[in-house]
Design a protein around this ligand. Structure first.
Ligand code: CAO
Length: 435
């Protein structure tokens, strides 16, 4: 008896993956739950365990090729007692149910709140009437979600009725009955690059395909940069005492399995900042003209890996200690670098932090990760002469750069937000005054 093992649903909104490595070959005996291949999405890499046991007789998955959920990965001969449809693998369970009540606890807006839905994964992909999924790429689906459009209502003009970004935009314009001049209605077109001389005219070149992380990073950042009016606010925190604290307690956190870094401390402080300044923990629904305030505090942390930028999420940081956050951060960063991060840990961020200080640099302008509305950039802390009480003193100063969506956040609020972070790093006991 033969049994097919099909690609399971690995996480919400993930319908396509790229097979990066096959871990078994024809003739191999496979146990249930044994990893049979490595896959990559735009956000994560993970192993896919088999939901069936048997001997591999045929492999349909191909390294380097895309696969859709439900496609047959391999055929096995065996006793046929296992189910052919795999459940969500242990390494990548479906998004935690615990997320849902939090999202529901948020005030229910009268119109759809796409941003909230994006932050708290939806229970099912959008379906057309009947059960056929609408053909549309994840980026098109995301845009539709962000501007409050049900993609199943949009007529696709692409091949095979595929819904394109333009289809979503024109549907949105029609839905709004927007009377603005046509030139202002469309999103700013990407500037066309001037014709460049063929690169080969100057010497040897090598063309390599973008990996899936690079492709999605390119897509997402272009979307964020062209749709969000970014402003970046800079400030510096005096972390001289924080550095003493890190030296004093670093060993204790290390013994618990974490690393007491500036990132871990900032992730924790951000919970306080986001509670004090809720507009930084929000999303904007342009179509409904509404702002969704999230009552949970999930911080995405940009991790530099050899595949590109990966952003795992530390959830509910307000309920966790710095030590717990430090341990989680260390584990998540290691998983991201080993291509083992779980798909569900890449979702649901309400704010992101990007610390380039370990690498170097004096300041930078991070790009917001929609549907979030702000991101904190951290550059290298350095000892600098600071003029205090009539004399220069050596102080360790940490440069912070906060990029924010100017549609929902005003400059003065951004300045207050970063100053609050700086003041709290300088005087952490001040936190006790408000809590
Ligand atoms: N200033 C000075 N030193 C810093 C620092 C800062 N802002 N941030 C980190 N460091 C130091 C740490 O203290 C550590 O020093 P020791 O080894 O002497 O203790 C060292 O740099 C390395 O830190 P780390 O990377 O192990 O730990 P972290 O928690 O500070 O950072 C992570 C974790 C995942 C954020 C980081 O490893 C990383 O990947 N950063 C890059 C993020 C990135 O690429 N952002 C760009 C996004 S936009 O394209």
């Amino acid at each position: 008896m033969t049994v097919e093992f099909k690609l399971p649903a690995l996480a919400e909104n993930v319908d396509k993956v790229t097979v990066t490595k096959l871990l078994v070959g024809i003739g191999d005996a496979v146990r249930k739950d044994q990893p049979v291949m490595e896959i990559e999405t735009d956000k994560a890499s993970t192993e896919v365990p088999s939901a069936v046991a048997g001997t591999v007789t045929e492999i349909r998955a191909r390294e380097g090729q895309p696969m859709r959920v439900g496609e047959v990965v391999m055929v096995l001969s065996g006793n046929g007692t296992q189910q052919a449809e795999a459940p969500v693998p242990a390494a990548a369970p479906a998004p935690a149910q615990a997320e849902a009540p939090k999202a529901q606890a948020a005030p229910a807006p009268s119109a759809p709140a796409p941003a909230l839905r994006a932050a708290a994964p939806q229970p099912a992909p959008v379906m057309q009437s009947g059960t056929t999924p609408v053909p549309a790429s994840p980026s098109v689906r995301r845009l539709a979600r962000e501007i409050g459009i049900d993609v199943s209502q949009v007529a696709g003009s692409g091949p095979g009725g595929r819904v394109t970004i333009e289809d979503v935009k024109s549907y949105s314009r029609q839905a709004r009955g927007d009377a603005r001049p046509a030139a202002r209605q469309s999103a700013p077109a990407a500037p066309s690059a001037p014709a460049a001389p063929e690169a080969t005219s100057f010497g040897e070149i090598e063309r390599v395909p973008m990996n899936s992380v690079r492709r999605r990073t390119s897509e997402n950042l272009t979307h964020a940069w062209t749709t969000i009016p970014h402003v970046t606010q800079f400030d510096k925190a005096d972390i001289t005492d924080v550095e003493k604290f890190r030296q004093q307690y670093g060993k204790r956190v290390e013994a618990a399995g974490g690393k007491l870094t500036v990132t871990a401390l900032l992730v924790k402080l951000l919970a306080g900042a986001l509670k004090k300044f809720p507009q930084f923990n929000s999303s904007v629904d342009v179509l409904a003209q509404e702002i969704t305030y999230k009552k949970y505090y999930n911080i995405g942390v940009a991790v530099d890996t050899d595949r590109g930028l990966i952003v795992p999420v530390v959830r509910n940081v307000d309920t966790k200690s710095v030590t717990e956050i430090a341990i989680e951060l260390q584990e998540m960063a290691a998983r991201a670098r080993e291509k083992k991060n779980r798909l569900e840990e890449m979702q649901g961020a309400t704010f992101t932090i990007s610390n380039l200080g370990g690498v170097g640099g004096t300041s930078f302008t991070p790009i917001i990760n929609p549907p979030e509305v702000a991101i904190l950039g951290v550059s290298r802390g350095r000892v600098e002469p600071v003029y205090i009480d009539g004399a220069f003193q050596p102080r360790t100063m940490l440069p912070l750069s906060l990029s924010y969506d100017h549609r929902v956040i005003d400059g003065a609020d951004a300045a207050r937000f970063v100053r609050w972070l700086c003041d709290t790093l300088e005087q952490p006991l001040s936190l006790l005054l408000d809590n």
